[in-house]
Design a protein around this ligand. Structure first.
Ligand code: ARG
Length: 276
């Protein structure tokens, strides 16, 4: 009895030691923060076709990227003591570019869907309100598309690889769902009448309504937004656990202090200023 007791005690201690060693080894393998500090830069992957979250501006003759996601990323870079570099990548390539280490983080109005969570990690949400999805149409068609069936024989545009593409495919009876790489391109095609409508998040739709008065309208066709689809979060590589932890700490701090709301306001002001 005594011997058995001794053996199990020893095994237990051994197990604990291994567990501790294993844990600390796992942690020390994660050099995500050190790597960023060594290159003195946090590389942000984004798709700058998404005002007020990310959009290009010309400032003092130079092209720059502005918007809420850029401002939040700047704060994250600051908290790591490094500067921010923006890499403007097509939305559909963002996740693979993150996995291929072309960028360190993705902030692109990126929704943390269950499928994406299988391949990358997500921070807590940093969106200060919930989204809905809507069909943006030309003003003259404001009362034309009230049901999914009313879109039969029509073409509806969506940004490729987005949650909107999924929603349009599942919920609209349009005969053609047309995926394209840029939201800005979709809006142009809508204004030229090449598309009957485009599925976008309501913040983006409201932005087009505000900036182009009299040109667009939100159709009455009801669209359901899945619960996980109404927000966005920072995407990081699965293995970059230390970086993820740091980002979550900073986001919590910015939520508590009201900084996130202030940054969204600032992004809207910048957009108003540069879209004149
Ligand atoms: N929230 C949607 C998604 O994650 C659309 C995001 C589009 N973002 C952009 N920068 N174009 O699929």
């Amino acid at each position: 009895m005594k011997l058995i007791h001794k053996i199990s005690l020893t095994l237990g201690t051994l197990g604990l030691v291994c567990l501790l060693a294993g844990c600390s080894q796992g942690q020390s393998e994660d050099k995500s923060i050190e790597t960023i500090k060594a290159k003195k830069t946090l590389v942000l992957g984004t798709s700058a076709d998404y005002a007020p979250f990310e959009f290009p501006i010309i400032k003092n003759g130079q092209k720059e990227f502005a918007g809420y996601d850029i401002l939040v990323a700047k704060e994250l870079a600051k908290s790591l003591g490094v500067s921010l570099k923006v890499d403007n990548i097509e939305f559909s390539s963002l996740i693979s570019e993150l996995q291929n280490k072309k960028c360190d983080v993705v902030l692109a109005g990126l929704t943390p869907t269950p499928q994406r969570k299988k391949v990358i990690s997500f921070s807590q949400n940093y969106c200060t309100y919930n989204f809905k999805n809507v069909l943006l149409v030309q003003k003259k068609d404001a009362n034309r598309y009230n049901t999914a069936a009313s879109l039969a024989n029509q073409s509806v545009g969506v940004q490729q690889s987005t949650t909107q593409e999924d929603i349009a495919n599942k919920q609209l009876k349009a005969s053609h769902i047309i995926p394209e790489s840029l939201v800005t391109g979709l809006a142009t095609e809508l204004s030229h009448g090449k598309l009957a409508g485009i599925v976008v998040e309501n913040t983006i739709a409201n932005d087009y309504l505000k900036l182009h008065p009299g040109q667009y309208a939100i159709a009455k066709v009801p669209l359901k937004t899945p619960a996980e689809g109404n927000t966005f979060a920072v995407g990081v590589r699965k293995q970059d656990r230390a970086l993820l932890k740091k980002i979550n700490q900073k986001l919590t701090e910015m939520k508590k202090s009201g900084k996130l709301e202030q940054l969204l306001k600032q992004a809207l002001e910048t957009q108003a200023k540069y879209s004149k």
